[in-house]
Design a protein around this ligand. Structure first.
Ligand SMILES: Cc1cc2nc3c(=O)[nH]c(=O)nc-3n(C[C@H](O)[C@H](O)[C@H](O)COP(=O)(O)O)c2cc1C
Length: 202
C-alpha cells in the first residue's frame, strides 16, 4: 500500500494498458473511494458507469475525438454529475449539516436558496458548475487505483453529448470525464511541472 505522498508522486497519466482484466473487488474498492469524496453540502452528485464491452469502448474512444488508446483499456469508467441529485442533495445536505452544527442556520438558508435559484438554470449550464465535485471523486479513484497497480488517464476532451446519447441519458446527466483504467504497459517519466514559486500569487 502506497502512502498518500508516494501515490501523488508516482501517479502518471497512462495511455498504454495490458489487456488483463481488473478484479471486480478492486473495481468496487475504487468506486468506494469515490463515494467517500467531499462535496458541496455533501450533495454527492457523482454517478459512474463501468464499461468493459469492446464495442462501447470503441464508441467512447470515437466520442473522445478518436483518442484510440481509450478503447484499449480493459475498463473505462464514465464519470458523471447528476444535476437533479446535486440540487436535491444540496437542500437536504445543508439541512443535515445545520442539524449537526457543522454550519450555521444562516448558511443553511443561503445554500438552500442558491439551490432553489439554480433550478431555473438550463441543465446543460449546470453540469459544468457541478463538475468540481465529481473531479474530486475521480481523483480519489485515480490515486486509490495505484494501490492495485492500476494506471489511468483523465479524458476530458470528449463530445459530452455524444457520450450521453450512447446511453440514452437525459441532459440531467453531465459527463465530466472518461477514465480508462488498466495495468500499465508503459512507465512514463514525470511530466514537467511549474515550480512552487510559479504557482504563488502576489
Ligand atoms: C481535466 C483533465 C483532462 C484531461 N484530458 C485528457 C485527454 O482528453 N486526453 C489525454 O490523453 N490526456 C488528458 N489529460 C491528462 C493530461 O494530459 C496529463 O494529466 C498532463 O499532461 C500531466 O501528465 P501526468 O498526468 O502524467 O502527470 C487530462 C487531465 C486532466 C486533469
Amino acid at each position: 500500500m502506497l502512502t498518500t505522498k508516494e501515490a501523488i508522486e508516482k501517479r502518471r497519466s497512462i495511455r498504454k494498458y495490458k489487456p488483463d482484466p481488473i478484479p471486480d473487488e478492486h473495481l468496487r474498492e475504487l468506486l468506494n473511494s469515490a463515494r467517500l469524496a467531499p462535496s458541496g453540502c455533501n450533495a454527492q452528485p457523482w454517478r459512474f458507469k463501468i464499461v468493459k464491452e469492446e464495442g462501447i469502448k470503441a464508441r467512447l474512444a470515437e466520442a473522445a475525438y478518436d483518442q484510440a488508446f481509450i478503447s484499449q483499456a480493459p475498463v473505462v469508467i464514465i464519470c458523471c454529475a447528476d444535476v437533479q441529485g446535486y440540487l436535491d442533495g444540496t437542500v437536504s445536505g445543508a439541512q443535515d449539516l445545520g442539524k449537526i452544527g457543522a454550519i450555521e442556520d444562516r448558511i443553511v438558508t443561503i445554500l438552500q436558496g442558491r439551490a432553489k435559484n439554480l433550478e431555473t438554470i438550463e441543465r446543460n449550464e449546470l453540469g459544468p458548475r457541478i463538475a468540481a465535485n465529481v473531479a474530486i471523486a475521480i481523483e480519489h479513484i485515480v490515486l486509490r487505483a495505484l494501490d492495485f497497480g492500476v494506471g489511468s488517464c483523465w479524458i476530458r476532451l470528449i463530445d459530452e453529448q455524444k457520450v450521453r446519447e450512447l446511453f440514452g441519458w437525459s441532459d440531467n446527466i453531465y459527463v465530466v470525464a472518461l477514465l480508462p483504467i488498466g495495468y500499465p504497459a508503459e512507465f512514463p517519466e514525470a511530466r514537467k511541472r511549474l515550480k512552487l514559486n510559479d504557482i504563488l500569487l502576489d
